[in-house]
Design a protein around this ligand. Structure first.
Ligand SMILES: [Zn+2]
Ligand SMILES: [Zn+2]
Length: 359
């Protein structure tokens, strides 16, 4: 039996059609390597093959050479330039195969710090109104490079979807006298896991199977001005969210998007920034393109339950993730995450990249 839900803030509708569902395992796919590491301009030692860096974290090594942990440079083939904006690439690690799901909290924190620094840099340009940060992983998600990276687009306008969310969020606050986003935290059936600072949940009208949002618990409208304590917590939450998705869905192609308030807006009481994690198990077809309405075969409540459980299952002795009990490479102690059942979970240690499957 299908069900139609409309997201009260973004306004889009989703038709949930579980009859169309296949087993979760059927979704997993292995994709061919599209850019081998010998030819990868994003790898350490190939810096000469990219535009000059605008930011890099280095220990006494010279710019545009090896010896960095995170590196940012303008996109060689930008979608926007000059008056239409800036397009940058944020390389998450010198390691070709080390995805965020495998990142130590230290590495993830550096990636988040680089994103924050670049957004703050663009904020100084009065022509820039919004910055969108996103990630494509796997050809089916639009990636042309395997090497893990984010892209950043600084633009002179505010995307329409964000404008509409801000307007509806403001109305919601006025009509209901409470924040819409805070209200999402009161639906335990859609919560995957929570920490002191973040709630990881599946949205009410999820557009895609296993679509997951990472939301700050506090009213934080802008990612780039969030307190350090929040970003430190996120450096553990983010790899954990990616890890669950990769393990449950067998390394699916996916996108991630940072949705944050326009950079020239003051702090907003009716908006929380968020990171959307979208496995690309299905393709947008004629119906979606023609109507702006989505068909999703997995109810978000079921997705939350499976993503919540994925972690615990894989922690069992002999489970596929048993290698995760190794100590973290950066030697820092693991901090406990609270699961939706309130049970404590130790974050797993990262694994070295083994053969990567998708870009
Ligand atoms: Zn590479
Ligand atoms: Zn709120």
């Amino acid at each position: 039996m299908s069900e139609i839900r409309t997201d009260p803030i973004s306004g889009h509708s989703t038709i949930f059609a579980p009859g169309r569902a296949r087993r979760v395992n059927d979704y997993g796919r292995v994709e061919a390597e599209v850019s081998p590491r010998e030819l990868c301009p994003f790898c350490e030692g190939h810096e000469w093959d990219t535009p000059e860096e605008v930011l890099a974290y280095r220990a006494d090594t010279s710019a545009n050479g090896p010896g960095w942990t995170v590196r940012v440079f303008p996109n060689k083939y930008p979608a926007v330039t000059g008056e239409t904006g800036r397009h940058e690439v944020v390389i998450e690690s010198p390691d070709h195969g080390r995805t965020l799901s495998q990142a130590t909290p230290g590495q993830a924190a550096e990636v988040l710090r680089a994103l924050k620094e670049r957004i703050l840099a663009h904020r100084k340009n009065p022509a820039v109104k919004s910055v969108t940060v996103f990630k494509n992983h796997g050809p089916a998600a639009g990636a042309t490079r395997v090497h893990p990276h984010f892209q950043l687009l600084a633009m002179p306008n505010v995307p329409r979807r964000l404008q509409e969310e801000l307007a509806r969020g403001r109305e919601w606050l006025r009509e209901n006298e409470r924040c819409y986003w805070c209200g999402l935290f009161a639906a335990p059936e859609r919560i995957v896991f929570e920490t002191r600072e973040f709630v990881v949940l599946t949205p009410f009208a999820a557009r895609f199977p296993f679509e997951t949002w990472i939301l700050p618990r506090r009213h934080l409208s802008h990612f780039e001005t969030s307190p350090d304590t929040a970003l430190a917590d996120l450096s553990r939450v983010l790899p954990s969210a990616f890890r669950r998705m990769e393990r449950l869905l067998k390394n699916p192609p996916h996108n991630a998007v940072l949705v944050s308030a326009p950079i020239d807006e003051d702090v907003l009481p009716h908006f929380h920034w968020r990171i959307e994690l979208i496995p690309r198990l299905t393709t947008l077809a004629g119906f979606e393109l023609g109507t702006g309405c989505y068909i999703n075969s997995v109810l978000p409540e079921e997705a939350a339950r499976k993503l919540g459980k994925a972690y615990r299952d894989l922690r069992r002795p002999g489970g596929a993730a048993s290698g995760d009990s190794q100590p973290a490479r950066d030697g820092r102690p693991h901090r406990a995450l609270r699961s939706r059942t309130g049970k404590s979970e130790n974050l797993p240690a990262p694994r070295r990249a083994h053969a990567r499957l998708a870009g």
